[in-house]
Write a protein that binds this ligand. Sequence first.
Ligand code: 5RP
Length: 225
Amino acid sequence: METMTQDEMKQQVAEAALAYVKPGTMIGVGTGSTANKFIDALASIKDQLLGTVASSEATAERLRGHGIPVLTLNEALQQVETLSVYIDGADEFDPGKNLTKGGGGALTREKIVAAASDAFVCIVDQSKQVAHLGAFPLPIEVIPMAQSLVEQAARAIGGQPRLREGFTTDNGNIILDVYGLTITEPRQLEDHLNTIPGVVTNGIFSHQGADTVLMATPTGVQTIQ
Ligand code: 5RP
């Protein structure tokens, strides 16, 4: 039997997510290679959409390239109370549907758009499933002057922070990737890191965890509720 490539699995799960887009609603759209495949699939039903809110400049550009309407979150929330759904990938997910995100550096806008949405549908391939978050280095968006302060705090919890070289977020900040963490209490760590002055946000999505994970496998897409 031929096995499916990771790229083919991403394509399959991106198409499956279309079922979560309700006609006539405003939706949030994530960032990354899986989200890009979702955007391309979304083009086929663009006439049914009220609009979209993008979690990054790159996503906004790709949506507009397909002729899909993009609003800022502030514009959108003047028209609707909430976005009906946020659809995005992840770097890792655990059995509690807590996520690590930010591999693409868009974590802050992703968390904001997720918080404005009624539901978060996370689209991943099976390589993202873990028992505990942490094998994927945890991204933290940091205001540049606080770099050393946040590095000290990351070391204090047993992590090894590394500056993401040559990268600036859409918000003009840096990313520290923290290696070596085993995250058994995601909500506590998310809260703790977000109390450090200079941290904009960190890539643990526990408060904004997934409501539904669609996980592509070589034998089909599994729905984890
Ligand atoms: C970007 C993200 C992405 O969702 C995450 O990095 C997964 O990306 P991909 O779909 O390319 O594997 O959080 O900031």
